[in-house]
Design a protein around this ligand. Structure first.
Ligand code: NAP
Length: 306
């Protein structure tokens, strides 16, 4: 029986672990088979405070993990596959069938960028294909890039990349943007940003790096090849909350709804990071939410057993 079990081994979960361990709660982190969360995809994190010259994403989360371990966190490199929050103690079961009991749970399961699922995409991920403009934009100085998507993220990414790259093309599957008017107007006016409408990516081309895309125009069915050095996918994120459906109150988009501070709809279950936050989605905010959830969980546990 644990006092605090943390689901997720990204910045939110690891920071929750550091705080919980230092509060003498000996937390257990189910860090998942792909531990480390989204910074694992970032070559260089330059906006995490304290690293004036930037830090590689895997190095940053590796240091967070060691810090959590040093204070007595235990790690299990498995994914949580089901939970029962209807009874206390709460139970969490992993892929291999291990079952853990805990007085409180912090859900820091993160979110995953949506992928297109086209040929070339997974092979060239990190080799010109990116899901994070603020992480990887810098590597495309004076190069040409394509942003896929028509929402706020796509246009924010396009505007961000236009400050770095030589030219930015936004490829959108319709002829109308989903993004807010203000971003749409700003992008339309930007001399370095152009749009390809009604089009989807059919294949990402390149040997050991991205060299281009094959696009299909959905109205005319015409196929074209477009050279580019980079492809930024901005087609949305999905919170990793499928296993909590029916257990926790979720928004329509699947984010965990918070009730009181970081507590979810179930007393004793807390949430931190991208699993509940679809707005900020930064390493530093995820870490901040992790600290908040750990402090709230510790206080809640103390209130249960005065
Ligand atoms: P989003 O609003 O869901 O937009 C996703 C975009 O990707 C849509 O244009 C969608 O096309 C397109 N798309 C989805 N699947 C696709 C596929 N398989 N192939 C091609 N295109 C595909 O996601 P988001 O832009 O990440 O925004 C998420 C939320 O965060 C929104 O509520 C947004 O307002 C908010 N946000 C706000 C700001 C801001 O205010 N500054 C910045 C970023 C995000 P369709 O339009 O055809 O569906």
């Amino acid at each position: 029986m644990r006092d605090i079990l943390i689901i997720g081994g990204g910045p939110a979960g690891l920071t929750a672990a550091i705080y919980s361990a230092r509060a003498n709660r000996a937390p257990l982190v189910l860090e998942g088979v792909a531990a480390g969360g989204q910074p694992m995809l970032a070559h260089l994190v330059e906006n995490y405070p304290g690293f004036a010259d930037g830090i590689r994403g895997p190095e940053l989360v590796g240091a967070m993990r060691r810090q959590a371990e040093r204070f007595g966190t235990e790690f299990v490199s498995e994914d949580a596959t089901s939970v029962d929050f209807s009874l206390r103690p709460f139970t969490v079961t992993t892929g291999s069938g291990q079952r853990f009991e805990a007085r409180s749970v912090i859900v820091a399961a993160g979110a995953s960028p949506k992928m297109l699922g086209v040929p070339g995409e997974s092979r060239l991920l990190g080799l010109g294909v990116s899901t994070c403009a603020t992480c990887d934009g810098f590597f495309f100085r004076k190069r040409t890039v394509v942003v896929v998507g028509g929402g706020d993220t796509a246009l924010e990414d396009a505007l961000y990349l236009a400050e770095i790259a030589q030219a930015v093309t936004v490829v959108h599957r319709r002829d109308e943007l989903r993004a807010s008017k203000i971003l749409a107007n700003r992008a339309a006016r930007h001399p370095k940003i152009s749009f390809v409408w009604d089009s989807v990516v059919e294949e990402i081309l390149g040997g050991d790096r991205v060299t281009g895309l094959r696009l299909v125009n959905l109205k005319t069915s015409q196929r074209t090849e477009r050279p580019t050095d980079g492809v930024f996918l901005a087609i949305g994120h999905s919170p990793n909350t499928r296993i909590f459906a029916g257990q926790l109150d979720l928004t329509e988009a699947g984010y965990i709804r918070l009730r009181e501070r970081s507590m979810t709809s179930v007393a004793g279950v807390f949430a931190a990071g991208d699993a509940h936050d679809g707005t900020y989605r930064q390493t530093v905010t995820a870490a901040g939410f992790g600290a908040m959830a750990a402090i709230d969980a510790d206080r809640w546990l103390r209130e249960q057993r005065p």
